[in-house]
Design a protein around this ligand. Structure first.
Ligand SMILES: C[S@@+](CC[C@H](N)C(=O)[O-])C[C@H]1O[C@@H](n2cnc3c(N)ncnc32)[C@H](O)[C@@H]1O
Length: 569
C-alpha cells in the first residue's frame, strides 16, 4: 500500500521546510489546515527530534526574538491562506508564549479579524502545575487553538457534541419507560400561538395565557409514539430519550480531549491526542476533503485524517518526524487504506530499482520535469515527453546496451517524424533515455549518432535527477536474560545500524508476519536500538527497522524460537 515515492496520490508525507513545499502546492486546493508549530518557548522544549534540519530551523526562527518568530510563522501562514479553498478553515495551535502576537499580527492580518471564529482553550493532558515549584503565577495548563475561516460566508462547520456528564444525566434524565429507556420531560406549552395550538388535550387546556407548543395532529403523533409523559396531575410533557440525544454541544473550552490509551503515545513531548484532532477534523471537513498539516511531528493529524477517510498532506523538516508518521500509518492501515507517498530528500537504490515499473517510470519522468504517459501499453516504449514534446524513455535497469538505443531511435521516428527532423535541424536532442547506468555499447552508439548522423540522444542517469543514497545497514543480536515463574522468557534485543548519514532511530515489530509483509511497530521510536521484552515460549519473527538522517530505512527480520514449555489453550 505505501507506494512510497511513485504513485501521484494526494496523500503524501513530504520531508522539507514547509515554506518551500507550501509554495509548491496549488492555490485553493486544501479544505482544512491544522498547524502546531514550535511555540517560541525554548530550545529544550522546541527541539524535539534533535536532527540537523530541526536544529537549523530552530536557529533561524529564534534569531531575533518574538518579532522574528512572528515573521517566520507569518510567511508560512500567508502561503496557507493561498492554498486554502474559499470554503476552508484553519486551526493554529499555540500557547501563552506567543498567542496574542499570533492572533493580531498573523491571523487577523492574513485572514482578517472578521473571519475569526473561536479561540479554543484546550486543557493539555499533561498539566504541569509549575506554581508548585515556587512560581508566582497560576499553573499554565491550557493552550490556545485559533479557528479562522478563509471566508466566513462560505466555510463548512459541523457542530460537535460530547457525552453528557453523569451528573447532568442523573439530574435531567431521571425518568425512564418500563423498558428502562431514560428520558427527560419537557414542557409542551408555549408562550406564543402557532397555528392550531389552542385546543383541549385529553380534556386539558394549555396553562393560562399559554398555548400548546405543537398542533393537535403532532400531539396525536407523539401519543402514538408513546412520547408523551403525564404528570401526576395529568399534565402532558414531551419525552426526550437520552439515547436519541447527540450529547451536549461542544463550546470553546475543551478539557477532555485526551489520549485514549497508553499505546497512542509515541513518546515525544509535543505529541497531541487523537481525540483533539478528531474533533477539529470532524467539525470543519467531510469525507474525501483534503487536510493539511505543515508541522506534522509524530503524525497525529495524518493518522486521524486517514482514519476519517480524509485525503491528506503532511510536511515536516525532520526525517524522524516523517518516518515515525509513516510507521504510525503502517500500523493502522489495511487493504482499504488509500495509497500514499513519502517524499524524502534522498532515495535508496534498492527501493527505486525494485519498484513497480510503471509507477517508477511516471515518477522519474515527473522528477525530470516531464509529463509521463498516462497509459503503460501501446506507447512504442516511450514513457513520457518533455515540455516541448521531445520523447522520454525510462529503463529501470543498469548497463543499458546498444540495442536499446536502436529501438529508441526507431520508436522516436515512428512517434513523430516531423518533430524528430525538426529537433535534428535545430541541433536539439531527439530524445532522452533515463536509466540507472549505461553500458559502453550504448554510450559509443550515441556519440556515433551525434558525430555521423547529427542525431542527439541524451542519456540521463537516475542519480542525476534524484539524489541516490545507500540505505543504512542493520544487524540484530538477541540474547536470553532470564525466565520468570510463568514460563515467560526475558529477551534482550539489540539492533545496530550504520549509515554515512548517521542513524536517527529504530522501530520494532515483535509480532512480524513475514507472509503478510506488514510492519506494524509496537515500539515506534527507539533512539538506542535496545529492547527488553518478555516472550512466551514458541516460534515468532521479530522485525526491526533502522532509519538514518536522510530518512532512508532498512529492515532486519529475526526468526526466534523461545524454548521452554508451551502452555496449550
Ligand atoms: C510541535 S511539533 C508538532 C506535533 C504534532 N502536532 C503531533 O501531534 O505529533 C512541531 C513540528 O514542526 C516541525 N517543524 C519545525 N519547523 C519546521 C519547518 N520550517 N518546516 C517543517 N516542519 C517544521 C518540527 O520538526 C516538529 O516535528
Amino acid at each position: 500500500m505505501a507506494d512510497r515515492e511513485f504513485e501521484f496520490s494526494v496523500n503524501k508525507l513530504i520531508l522539507g521546510d514547509n515554506l518551500e513545499i507550501l509554495r509548491s502546492l496549488d492555490g485553493e486546493s486544501v479544505d482544512l489546515i491544522y498547524l502546531d508549530p514550535p511555540f517560541f518557548s525554548n530550545r529544550n522544549y522546541e527541539v524535539i527530534w534533535g536532527d540537523k534540519g530541526e536544529v537549523r530551523s530552530f536557529e533561524d526562527r529564534w534569531a531575533g526574538g518574538v518579532s522574528h518568530y512572528i515573521e517566520w510563522l507569518k510567511e508560512r501562514v500567508v502561503e496557507m491562506h493561498r492554498v486554502l479553498k474559499p470554503t476552508g478553515s484553519i486551526f493554529l495551535h499555540c500557547d501563552w508564549h506567543a498567542n496574542a502576537y499570533i492572533r493580531v499580527f498573523i491571523l487577523d492580518a492574513v485572514f482578517g479579524g472578521n473571519n475569526f471564529l473561536n479561540e479554543i482553550v484546550w486543557k493539555r493532558t499533561s498539566t504541569h502545575n509549575d506554581s508548585k515549584q515556587g512560581a508566582k503565577h497560576f499553573g499554565r495548563v491550557t493552550d490556545s487553538i485559533f479557528f479562522y475561516a478563509k471566508n466566513i460566508k462560505q466555510f463548512q462547520f459541523y457542530p460537535q457534541f460530547e457525552r453528557y456528564t453523569s451528573d447532568y444525566v442523573a439530574a435531567s434524565y431521571h425518568r425512564a419507560d418500563p423498558d428502562g429507556r431514560r428520558f427527560k420531560a419537557s414542557d409542551l406549552s408555549a408562550a406564543k400561538p402557532g397555528g392550531d395550538t389552542r385546543y383541549e388535550w385529553k380534556g386539558m387546556a394549555p396553562p393560562a395565557g399559554r398555548y400548546w407548543a405543537y398542533s393537535k395532529e403532532h400531539m396525536e403523533e407523539f401519543e402514538r409514539q408513546g412520547r408523551i409523559f403525564y404528570s401526576s396531575k395529568g399534565r402532558p410533557y414531551l419525552k426526550h430519550y437520552l439515547d436519541a440525544m447527540p450529547g451536549s454541544s461542544v463550546d470553546n473550552l475543551w478539557n477532555n480531549c485526551v489520549y485514549r490509551n497508553k499505546g497512542e503515545r509515541i513518546g515525544y513531548p509535543t505529541q497531541k491526542p487523537e481525540a483533539l484532532l478528531e474533533r477539529i477534523i470532524k467539525c470543519a471537513s467531510g469525507e474525501g476533503d483534503v487536510v493539511l498539516d505543515p508541522f506534522v511531528g509524530g503524525g497525529t493529524t495524518i493518522a486521524v485524517a486517514d482514519k476519517l477517510n480524509r485525503r491528506w498532506i503532511g510536511i515536516d523538516q525532520s526525517p524522524m518526524a516523517v518516518k515515525v508518521t509513516e510507521f504510525r500509518l503502517q500500523k493502522q492501515t489495511d487493504l482499504f487504506t488509500a495509497p500514499y507517498t513519502v517524499q524524502l530528500y534522498k532515495y535508496d537504490y534498492d527501493t527505486l530499482r525494485y519498484k513497480d515499473a510503471f509507477q517508477f517510470e511516471s515518477w522519474i519522468v515527473r522528477q525530470f520535469g516531464g509529463t509521463p504517459n498516462a497509459k503503460q501499453r501501446g506507447d512504442l516504449g516511450l514513457d513520457g515527453r518533455t515540455g516541448d514534446n521531445t520523447p522520454i524513455q525510462v529503463k529501470r535497469s543498469d548497463n543499458i546496451g546498444r540495442n536499446v538505443i536502436d529501438n529508441f531511435l526507431s520508436a522516436v521516428q515512428r512517434h513523430d517524424k516531423n518533430l524528430f527532423e525538426k529537433n535534428i535541424a535545430v541541433k536539439k536532442p531527439a530524445g532522452y533515455i533515463i536509466a540507472f547506468s549505461f553500458g559502453k555499447g550504448a554510450i559509443e552508439e550515441v556519440s556515433r549518432l551525434h558525430t555521423i548522423d547529427k542525431i542527439i540522444i541524451k542519456l540521463v542517469k537516475v542519480e542525476d535527477i534524484v539524489p541516490i543514497a545507500v540505505k543504512p545497514s542493520i544487524s540484530v543480536r538477541i540474547r536470553e536474560l532470564s525466565q520468570d515463574g510463568k514460563g515467560m522468557r526475558r529477551i534482550e534485543c539489540i539492533a545496530s545500524g550504520e549509515s554515512p548519514a548517521g542513524i536517527e532511530f529504530y522501530s520494532w515489530d515483535f509480532n512480524y508476519q513475514p507472509e503478510k509483509k506488514k510492519f506494524k511497530a509496537q515500539v515506534l521510536l527507539d533512539k538506542e536500538g535496545k529492547q527488553i521484552i518478555s516472550l512466551k515460549p514458541g516460534m515468532r519473527h521479530i522485525a526491526v527497522k533502522v532509519v538514518d538522517n536522510d530518512g532512508l530505512e532498512n529492515m532486519e527480520v529475526v526468526k526466534l524460537t523461545v524454548n521452554g514449555e508451551v502452555k496449550s489453550g
